[in-house]
Each structure stands twice: as C-alpha cells, then as structure tokens.
Design a protein around this ligand. Structure first.
Ligand SMILES: Nc1nc2c(ncn2[C@@H]2O[C@H](COP(=O)(O)OP(=O)(O)OP(=O)(O)O)[C@@H](O)[C@H]2O)c(=O)[nH]1
Ligand SMILES: [Mg+2]
Length: 465
C-alpha cells in the first residue's frame, strides 16, 4: 500500500463523500442544489468533498440509505467492504473509534475531524467521512459505517457541529449544547450496540444507561442556565420595546452581517461560511437618527433546519418578532435564491413573525450581469423589493433612507408638556422622540415632538406618574 509522506499530511484536509437519495417529487435541479448546499456545509466544517454518490429511490433504504449496488460503489471510494455484516461485531476504524469516543464525551468538545495523518496506510488518500443528505436513523448510520469503514454524519449532524464551532456568546453556546446533546443522546445507545452484544447484557448496557442519564441531567442543567440568561435578555428587550427597531433576517450567507456593518458601522463578523453568525447583535443605525433606529443582525436560516435547532434558537428569533420592520436579505447571485426566500418566509411564519411589515432586499447584485438584474427587476416589479449590494455605499445610503422613511410614516406629531417637577425625564424624551420645538410656560417645558405612538404614550404616562 502506498503511504503519503509525513510532510504532505498536515496540510491535507479530511476527505468526504456526499450521499444523496433523490426521492419522488424532488426535481433534478432541486436534488443537485441540495447536494451543492450540503457540500458547502461540509466544507464549512473543514472537510474536502471528493465525491458524490446519488441514487433515485422511492424511499431511503431501511438498512443503509442506498441500495446494495450503490453501497458497494460507495465503499469502493472509501475502501470498505460494501456489505452490511449481519450481527457481526462493529468494524473498528480509527475514525470510528474517535467519533464514538467524542460522542460519548458527556459535554466536551465535538468530534474533531479525523486526522489524516492517523489514517495513513491502508486508507491513505481515501475519504474517511461519509455525509448523508438526509436525517438517518442510528442503525442506518451504524450500517453505513460498517459497510464503508468511514465515519458517517447526516445533514443534522453537520449543522449541529457547525453551530457548535461558531457559537460565541454564552447564550448561543448553551443553545447549541442542548441541541447537540439532544442529537447525541438517542444515537448513543445504538452506536455502541455492537459492543453491547459482544459482551452480552450487563456492563455495556449499564454504562450506556449511565451516559444517557448524565446527558439528561446535563440538558436539564443547561436549560436552567439558559432560562436565567433569557430572562435577563427578555428584560433588556422589554426596555427596547417602544424603540424603532429593524431586523435583518434571511438565509445563511445572504449578507445580513455585511449589511449590518454597512448600516451601523459595527464590526460584526462577516465570513463566506454558513452560519457565521449565531448571536443577535443590536446596534444603532448610523448616521444616527432622532429618535434612533436600532438594527439587529440575526442567525441565518437553512432548508431542512432540524426542529431542535429551530427551537433552541427561538429566543434569538424573538428579536425578529419584536421588530417593527423586517428586512429579508436574499443572495440574488445564488441560483436558488427564490427557494431560499421561501425558507425564510416559512420559518418566520412558524414563529408568528409574518405579520410584521417587511421588505425584501436582493443583495449582491454587483455579482449579476445587466441582463440578470433586469430580469430580477421585472420579476419583482411593483412588490417593493430593493436591489442592492452591501458593498456599494450608494446602495447602503439609499437603504438608510428607506428605513428612515418607513419609520417616519408611522410616527405622529404631538405636544407634550413636561412639568418642572419632571425635568429629569427630558433626556428620555430626546432619546425616544424627535423634538421639533421647545417652549416654556407656567406648566412646564412645552415640546412639539415626533415619534412612534407607543413611545409618546409611554412618555405621557411617565410625566403623569
Ligand atoms: N459580492 C458581494 N458579496 C457580498 C455582498 N454581501 C455580502 N457578501 C459576501 O457574502 C458572504 C457572506 O456574508 P455575511 O454578511 O457574513 O452573510 P450572513 O447573511 O451574515 O451569513 P450568516 O451569518 O452565515 O448567516 C461574505 O463573504 C460577504 O463578503 C454583496 O453585496 N456583494
Ligand atoms: Mg452573519
């Protein structure tokens, strides 16, 4: 067997093969774009995609996702035997052992991508990871692992791992950890099934039960911590309630954070990676307006986002729910952008944010030629959609004006009298509304102000108290 020289090994990234089943009702184009997206997810995890195995089937094969013939083809790539051994002990590979060990680690780091250098020799150069574009059962995963000799991940597993790596804030970390443990727990029992059978009933089973109980306890503990943090954040959000707020929402990698930077001058992370942002950031629109407008950047969406993950990011999305204006950011240069917009709409519908006024922003138009731009403009004529590039200062300034005029339209003008006994509240008035004229008489400071009805109502109440 050829061996790679040690000097070449450290630079090499682990190789992965993608597996997709084209189910009835899924068009060729949809199937292809699903796999393209899976490839981007897998590369975001740091793997190199070296092949794709697809099959048209009525349903996923119960044993190992794909049929026997395809399984052989897949195993040919990874260097496995290509058959599912019935009742035989689990195939032991280094990748598999590492994977299992990491999965069993109660709350530690996620499985590292297998180190290429370790797998030199019989599997040198061969892909060590198989990624299936569907949610698969633990037994399908185990069978695939046995047949291919590779580590097997499904779409959910990949997304959970990306989230785990990208989570920065304490809240995001807690959310991801809960989702990850929920994903791991049911798989734990099955993935160690081979060992269990080998030893017979007894120690193996007890150990797994212990692991699972530990995981359940850990999840409960994390949920408590999360609840405490979220209570704090709810309070903070509540305090921002009657402020002017706009949220950037949309598919992952659409350019939300880039627009956030351009609109607010903040240094939020922008990366050509999926799920670069997992935390909500709130900053004031720049140049600042009176009253000021707050902009929030949010976590991106993706098709087939696992339900657990949606649930764990619920509080992050509450930010969107409470905005007065939602900007749906779309990557116009992505051929599947219409489908991506639909995913965004459906997630927001699910959380009840579809009644919030919104505008669609077709971003990255600098990457479109004139013809494509014209077609896009024609398709969205009259629906109020905006074509722009986050990298174009003129476009960003125009968006700034659009946001300001949206809020202007919902603001009203009123007179407010701030009694002399309440002058300390003047600062609050200047924060929450725009003061057009100021005068003084015996009752107090008389102000002509412009602001959102809710903000003015709150101020008036404060003066009376
Ligand atoms: N050419 C071009 N690239 C853009 C534009 N806007 C964003 N990008 C690039 O698209 C990639 C993703 O941008 P982000 O702003 O991180 O996207 P996001 O929506 O915040 O992504 P997530 O946080 O991963 O959901 C980066 O490489 C950006 O530089 C644009 O208008 N034109
Ligand atoms: Mg982002």
């Amino acid at each position: 067997m050829p061996t790679t020289s040690p000097s070449a090994a450290p630079a090499a990234r682990p190789r992965a093969v993608l597996v997709g089943v084209q189910l009835p009702g899924v068009s060729d184009a949809e199937h292809a774009s699903d796999l393209t997206e899976l490839g981007r997810l897998v590369r975001t995890l740091g793997f190199e995609v070296v092949g794709t195995v697809t099959q048209r089937r009525d349903s996923l094969a119960a044993a190992a996702v794909v049929g026997e013939g395809k399984l052989k083809e897949l195993a040919g790539l990874t260097g496995g035997k290509g058959v599912v051994p019935t009742g035989a002990p689990e195939v032991k590979t280094k990748a598999r052992a590492k994977w299992a060990a990491a999965r069993r680690e109660e709350a530690g780091e996620v499985a590292e991508a297998p180190d290429e250098a370790d797998d030199e020799g019989e599997t040198a150069g061969k892909p060590t990871v198989v990624v299936v574009d569907h949610e698969i059962t633990p037994s399908q995963a185990r069978n695939l692992e046995r047949a291919t000799g590779a580590q097997v991940l499904d779409r959910t597993g990949v997304i959970v791992d990306i989230f785990h790596r990208h989570a920065r804030s304490r809240e995001a970390r807690l959310q991801v950890e809960i989702a990850r443990l929920s994903y791991v727990a049911p798989r734990l029992r099955e993935s160690t099934g081979g060992k269990e059978r080998q030893r017979g009933k007894g120690s193996g089973e007890a150990a797994i039960e212990l692991d699972r109980r530990k995981i359940r306890d850990r999840i409960a503990e994390l949920r408590e911590q999360l609840a405490a943090i979220q209570k704090e954040q709810d309070n903070r959000r509540h305090a921002r309630q009657d402020q002017l707020r706009v949220a950037l929402v949309g598919y992952t990698n659409a350019g939300k954070s880039s627009l956030m930077r351009a609109l607010t001058g903040s240094q939020v992370l922008v990366e050509d990676k999926l799920f670069a942002t997992l935390d909500t950031t709130v900053r004031a629109l720049q140049p600042e307006t009176r009253p000021r407008i707050l902009v929030s950047d949010t976590v991106g969406f993706i098709q087939k986002l696992p339900h657990d993950l949606v649930a764990s990011f619920r509080s992050t999305l509450d930010e969107a729910l409470e905005a007065s204006l939602l900007l749906y950011v779309v990557d116009a240069a992505d051929p599947t952008h219409e489908a991506q917009l639909e995913v965004t709409r459906s997630v927001l519908r699910d959380i009840g944010a579809d009644s919030v006024p919104s505008k669609v922003l077709f971003n990255k138009v600098d990457r479109l030629d004139e013809q494509a731009k014209r077609a896009l403009r024609r398709r969205h004529e009259g629906d109020g959609a905006i074509l722009l590039s986050a990298h174009d200062a003129g476009d960003v300034a125009a968006l700034h004006r659009t946001i300001v005029s949206f809020f202007e339209a919902s603001m009203v003008e009123e007179d407010l009298v701030v009694p002399y006994s309440r002058q300390a509240l003047l600062g609050d008035v200047y924060e929450s509304a725009r003061v057009i004229a100021e005068d003084y008489d015996e009752s107090g400071t008389r102000l002509r102000v412009r602001g959102l009805p809710a903000a003015l109502a709150r101020l008036r109440k404060a003066f009376e108290a």
